[in-house]
Design a protein around this ligand. Structure first.
Ligand code: HEM
Length: 178
């Protein structure tokens, strides 16, 4: 056997052994995950739970310009987020929607497009979501359902660029886990 082949064997055999062990153990883990009883530990969401104490939805009209007043910059005013023209009062979550907070980008406006795209970019936080593909529209509808179960509806956007926004019932076919 040439010395090259010997060296190659010395290097390759342990590597092959380790690779096989790694593969077997991850395959075993996968099997264990699949066969473990799913209801052993309930999955805890980091998101807030749905609320039971919501007020009946209101239908007060807001223009997009009026909504800006409720962007969290004045702490004495409520904070509103609109999704597909439905205006939600998110003041109880001022810690995330207030000025300088992580989701302030959606406060005082209708940022439907950005929500559908899972984007926090300023240029995406606009009301016109007609460009969204089917899967992003589903994401957007899920957010609408999420907010409907957690925030009081205080009105609707009267000058929303998507004219059929009121006709769509976004909560009816939403995922029950939201
Ligand atoms: C690394 C990426 C991200 C992390 C670690 C993250 C983390 C979180 C956490 C921990 C919450 C719960 C906050 C709370 O209830 O106090 C939350 C909620 C939320 N996230 Fe994110 N997030 C991320 C990206 C995004 C993106 C890209 C979007 C854009 C759409 C987004 C939109 C939201 C919204 C709308 C809520 C709901 C807040 C509520 O009203 O309860 N997140 N996120």
């Amino acid at each position: 056997m040439s010395s090259f082949v010997k060296y190659a064997l010395v290097l390759l055999l342990p590597a092959a052994y380790l690779a096989r062990r790694y593969y077997r153990s991850s395959a075993l883990q996968t099997t264990a995950l699949i066969t473990a009883p799913v209801d052993e530990k309930p999955v805890k969401s980091i998101m807030q739970a749905p609320r039971e104490d919501l007020a009946p939805p209101k239908d007060d009209p807001f223009t997009l310009a009026q909504l800006k007043e409720f962007d969290g910059s004045d702490p004495s005013k409520p904070i509103y987020v609109s999704i597909k023209g439905t205006v939600f009062d998110v003041t109880p979550k001022a810690d995330v929607y207030g000025a300088g907070r992580s989701y302030n980008i959606f406060a005082g406006k209708d940022g439907s497009k950005g929500l559908g795209m899972s984007s926090l970019k300023e240029e995406h936080a606009v009301p016109d979501y007609r460009e969204l593909n089917e899967s992003d529209r589903k994401v957007l509808d899920d957010w609408h359902a999420f907010f409907t179960k957690r925030y009081n509806i205080v009105g609707r956007v009267s000058d929303h660029p998507v004219s059929d926004v009121k006709e769509e019932d976004t909560s009816a076919n939403a995922s029950p886990n939201l």
